[in-house]
Ligand binder design. Structure first.
Ligand code: KG4
Ligand code: ZN
Length: 350
């Protein structure tokens, strides 16, 4: 069975063809048109510009995915589209396109939660992993821990109370005038820095989440305190030195120590959740899982603790449509076909 996945939740227009042969999924094509050059000028994603660019790109991206995937419109058995969460104008482009295509081809359409897509990128890359598994989804919009007891079923264990990890990366990079998106830039600079140069205050969450009092907050995250500490540090050093731009070595030291703190927090919480729930494996997905330090530290800790860690390749870590097709296959298997009046939902819950 061939599934065409379509993803337009933020600033990448993406389409992919994924084959399901019963026990393993294989990627036939995976096309991403990034808008990063458009948004870079503004230091972040401008929603209206994003939706307009999706409209321009979507036909070409889908046709390219179909051609590269050796499928063609008639060769596709089903379509999967990201319904949310994301920017509503951006989501609507993908949802409208997918509904029209499914209707005209008379093929089933399934609606996919973007976070389910990130989670399934682990299964897409590695095949079935030992269950129960803990999955950390860490991206520009989300930092959440899930327990997966059965394939395709996700139980939320914790999430960020404020900023997502990727958002903290992007904001710190913006503060230091390093450019956009900040994650890959800080990752690169951190390699030359002294990670112990700056000691950031720790974050301890002892109170339950006011927005979800039923969940015990032990596996929640918070990155806004760290972001504020970085802001204060930078302002203080700018005043002391009487400069706008800090010396290069100070910036790389800051990048290294900031990155160390973020990565430590993510790994500590994921492994704590794995121990608490007796998990047999850990998966890490989402844009920040492209981070070189997070990847190497998590794999090193996996060896020490004997819990295997699975991370998808870089092209499946950041936003893509192959993961949406994979999550769509789960929906198809469960028989959850989208209605003809499917709508985009900006704050869709998982
Ligand atoms: O999953 P994604 O492509 O989009 C969302 O669903 O948000 O994640 C984008 C986020 C951005 O915040 C970006 O700065 C971050 O992932 N990111 C990284 C790296 N590559 C991308 N963060 C840290 N290190 C990286 N190498
Ligand atoms: Zn994403």
């Amino acid at each position: 069975m061939l599934v065409l996945g379509i993803e337009t939740s933020c600033d990448e227009t993406a389409a992919a063809v994924v084959e399901d042969n019963g026990h393993r999924w294989s990627i036939r094509s995976n096309i991403v048109a990034s808008q990063v050059e458009i948004h870079r000028e503004w230091g972040g994603v401008v929603p209206e510009l994003a939706s307009r660019q999706h409209v321009r790109d979507i036909c070409g991206v889908v046709e390219r995915a179909l051609a590269d995937g050796g499928a063609g419109w008639r060769g596709v058995d089903a379509l999967a589209v990201t319904q949310g969460p994301g920017l509503v104008g951006s989501l609507l482009v993908g949802v409208s396109f997918a509904k029209a295509a499914a209707w005209s081809l008379n093929k089933p359409l399934v609606a996919v939660n973007h976070l389910a897509g990130h989670i399934e990128s682990i299964w897409l890359e590695h095949g079935p992993i030992a269950l129960p598994a803990i999955v950390l989804v860490v991206s520009g919009g989300h930092t959440s821990l899930y327990l997966v007891k059965r394939e395709g079923e996700y139980e939320l264990l914790g999430r960020t109370r404020d900023d997502a990890a990727g958002e903290a990366y992007d904001k710190v990079a913006k503060l230091l005038s390093l450019g956009y998106p900040g994650g890959p830039i800080i990752d690169r600079l951190a390699k030359d820095g002294n990670e112990t140069a700056i000691r950031w205050p720790g974050t301890r969450l002892t109170n339950p989440d006011r927005n979800a009092p039923e969940r015990d907050g032990r596996f929640d995250f918070s990155f806004s305190g760290l972001k504020t500490a970085v802001l204060r540090h930078v302002r203080q050093r700018q005043a002391e030195l009487g400069v706008e731009q800090l010396p290069h070595q100070e910036i790389v030291d800051l990048a290294a120590s900031f990155q160390r703190r973020v990565v430590e927090t993510l790994i500590e919480r994921a492994f704590a959740a794995a121990r608490w729930h007796g998990a047999k494996s850990i998966g890490i997905a989402g844009g920040v899982s492209a981070n070189s330090r997070l990847r190497s530290e998590a794999l090193a800790k996996a060896q020490r603790s004997e819990i295997p860690v699975y991370i998808p390749r870089l092209s499946l870590s950041t936003d893509n449509a192959a993961m949406i097709a994979a999550a769509g296959i789960r929906q198809l298997r469960a028989g959850r076909i989208a209605p003809a009046d499917l709508n985009a939902v900006a704050a869709l819950a998982l």
